[in-house]
Design a protein around this ligand. Structure first.
Ligand code: GDP
Length: 459
């Protein structure tokens, strides 16, 4: 994440330090409810490579919050969103009880902390150094944010704790293969789709690798990309009654969905969305899986007569699919004909779009600005006389790097997670997606409540 957080009691010069580190490039957060400061994050370009700085000062302060809660929120934001923390104290006034409290809290964390003694305008005059040293932080530096003394050295110290910048345009050739599950109820054309893909001359099929009771894994390459197709269709239930076929297919889908990176949900264009299609779509949504909806058999629509032009019928079909499967509205819908091998390139272009999207991050400055504006435009509804407050939001880094399609999540620092109602969550999600669409990817919302140390996920 390459982020440094600034923590400290009021008036020690956190803003001055922030401004000094940010130079002119400051991101402004307009009038965000619950945020008293107008600058929270900025880019620091004083080091070898740019990194982000966060000024946590005052985040979370409002009439309902105790001082301890505000400090706790600031420390939590610092811990969870940064690589290292600058703990700022006032070299002029010396150590105060509040500094001691914050120090106590910071000593318990595993993130590196640099003690920054500010307002040392004359390097030879640092009267309280011994007191500050006794706080026990391994790294300590005297600076003057106002005059710029010690800043270069501070940046160097901070940078030593940052991960290297991520390489630009990492090569997709070696990207881990995306495990694509082809799911859907019986007879929508899953086998036909798998066969059409495998027979397509852009595809290089390797020998079939894993076969489980539930699915066959087929590794293959298309262009310079690797995929694994998880084919549930090839395996038919044996010794089962005909009416158990549908039940069986749902159970099988569930397992397959869970281990897939991306699900291609196949729908039969001539039948429209059925209850079972919805059930399978529901499983995809519950599992937070990336998804593309493939409306198959569009050749049948092509040929139908007497129901308006084909174009109108197609548009109508797509609209109906979207409406019926509204709960996976992040999934792009494409039209296919497995039978005629049409739309396969479109499907794979869409899969690549999803893969590219998964690499994109929304940066913290714009994200907070966006949310601030959205909240100003439409404040959260009252719930039991209380209103949701969002102090800060960030997209946390994903640590499971071997995930082929990491799904994005947003961590919200809030007063109370239960005040986020579904409609408001949707509103914020739509707002974020206008800036960063992430097609095909579900967006998870995580909440960190004031005074709590564990993030929660509310659905
Ligand atoms: P699965 O049970 O989902 O694997 O479905 P199948 O692949 O076995 O297909 C069910 C039926 O639909 C078969 O008769 C296929 O020939 C037919 N089918 C599959 N795809 C298409 C298509 O794109 N167009 C048309 N017209 N028929 C299709």
């Amino acid at each position: 994440m390459r982020t440094i957080a600034i923590v400290g009691r009021p008036n020690v010069g956190k803003s001055a330090l922030f401004n000094r580190l940010a130079r002119k490039r400051i991101s402004i957060v307009h009038d965000m409810p619950g945020v008293t400061r107008d600058r929270i994050t900025a880019e620091c370009t004083l080091g070898q490579h740019p990194f982000t700085i966060i000024d946590t000062g005052g985040i979370g302060s409002d009439a309902d919050a105790t001082f301890a809660e505000v400090v706790e929120m600031e420390v939590q934001i610092a811990i969870e969103t940064s690589d290292a923390i600058l703990f700022v104290v006032d070299g002029h006034d010396g150590l105060t009880p509040v500094d001691q409290t914050i120090a106590q809290r910071l000593r318990k964390i595993s993130k590196p902390v640099i003690l920054v003694v500010n307002k040392i305008d004359h390097p030879n005059h640092a009267p309280f150094d011994a007191d500050f040293a006794r706080l026990g932080f391994r790294e300590m530096i005297n600076v003057s944010a106002e005059h710029g003394h010690g800043i270069a050295q501070l940046v160097e110290m901070a940078e030593a704790h940052l991960p290297p910048p991520s390489p630009e345009g990492d090569d997709d050739e070696n990207a881990p293969p995306i495990q694509i599950a082809i799911v859907g109820r019986p007879n929508v054309g899953k086998s036909s789709l798998v066969n059409a893909i495998l027979e397509d001359n852009r595809t290089l099929v390797s020998p079939i690798s894993g076969t489980t009771r539930d699915a066959i894994d087929i590794p293959y390459r298309r262009g310079n990309r690797s995929y694994t197709l998880i084919d549930t269709a090839g395996i038919r239930p044996r010794g089962k009654q005909e009416n158990s076929v549908e039940v069986f297919s749902v159970i099988r889908s569930e397992k397959t969905i869970r281990r897939a990176d991306l699900c291609v949900l196949v729908i039969d264009a001539s039948m429209g969305v059925t209850a079972q299609d919805k059930k399978i779509a529901g499983l995809i949504q519950e599992a937070h899986k990336p998804c593309i909806i493939a409306v198959n058999k569009w050749d049948l629509i092509k040929e139908a007569k007497g129901f308006g032009t084909r174009k109108e019928q197609l548009a109508e079909t797509l609209e109906a699919v979207r409406a019926e499967l509204f709960f996976v509205d992040y999934a792009p819908i494409i039209l296919l004909s497995a039978l005629k091998s049409e739309g396969l390139s479109r499907l794979f272009r869409q899969i690549e779009t999803v893969r590219q999207g998964a690499k994109k991050r929304i940066s913290t400055g714009p994200l907070n600005r966006l949310i601030g504006e959205a909240m100003e435009h439409h404040p959260p509804p009252l719930k039991g006389g209380k209103r949701l407050k969002i102090m800060y939001a960030t997209q946390p880094d994903r640590h499971d790097d071997n995930d082929a399609l990491p799904t994005p999540s947003i961590l919200f620092f809030v007063n109370r997670a239960d005040l986020m109602v579904d409609a408001y969550r949707k509103y914020l999600e739509n707002t974020i997606r206008k800036e960063m669409p992430w097609p095909g990817l579900p967006l998870r919302f995580l909440y960190r409540e004031r005074g709590k140390r564990q993030a929660v996920e509310a659905e």
